[in-house]
Design a protein around this ligand. Structure first.
Ligand SMILES: CC(C)(COP(=O)(O)OP(=O)(O)OC[C@H]1O[C@@H](n2cnc3c(N)ncnc32)[C@H](O)[C@@H]1OP(=O)(O)O)[C@@H](O)C(=O)NCCC(=O)NCCS
Length: 152
């Protein structure tokens, strides 16, 4: 799933480039579209990991937000999101950020509900599924480390 649009003046930070919060919103929107499309259910963000901004995005540049499902659990969907941007007068797009965002399908009461299982077909899909599983493993250590500061 790809969202494609121009970075607008309303997305601007105090230095005249795109605000990081605007990029995070785009990531959430692309992930949400992918998650509800797969599950056929309303879905909520449960986790966003590893956002690092590699390149600034300039106002007026064309932005592409690519979202791809790479793993499903019982109720969760792990979606890989890449954000690319470039001058619409040329063809050179640079990757601004990459992250994994996890959505959970929920019912009308906000309770998790099962999602259709995603089975990797191509070699690339298999490798991306393994990537998602490795990140899940790494996250356990991070969450243990953070738990003392979360207060719940
Ligand atoms: C998402 C939510 C419904 C999950 O409820 P819960 O009672 O914790 O449910 P569960 O423990 O059964 O977990 C549900 C799924 O979330 C996954 N999950 C929970 N914490 C996770 C984390 N840190 N990273 C990745 N997945 C996680 C679980 O693995 C499970 O997936 P699975 O069924 O595929 O194994 C609940 O936490 C919630 O409503 N959170 C707020 C969501 C929201 O409002 N988001 C917008 C930003 S405020």
């Amino acid at each position: 799933m790809t969202l494609r649009f121009l970075a607008e003046p309303s997305d601007m930070n105090f230095l005249g480039k795109v605000f990081g919060g605007a990029v995070m919103k785009w990531i959430d929107l692309a992930g949400y579209t992918c998650a509800v499309g797969w599950s056929g259910q309303y879905s909520v963000t449960v986790y966003v990991g590893g956002i690092r901004f590699y390149e600034p995005i300039l106002i007026g540049h064309l932005v592409e937000v690519h979202a791809k499902l790479i793993y499903t659990g019982r109720t969760s969907m792990h979606i890989m999101v890449d954000v690319l941007a470039g001058d619409p007068r040329g063809h050179a797009f640079k990757k601004s950020t990459h992250c994994i965002i996890v959505f959970v399908a929920v019912d009308e009461d906000g309770k998790p509900v099962p999602v259709p299982s995603w089975e990797p077909v191509t070699e690339e899909d298999v490798s991306l599924q393994q990537y998602a599983l490795r990140l899940m493993g790494l996250r356990k250590g991070v969450e243990e480390e953070m738990s003392a500061h979360i207060g719940r």
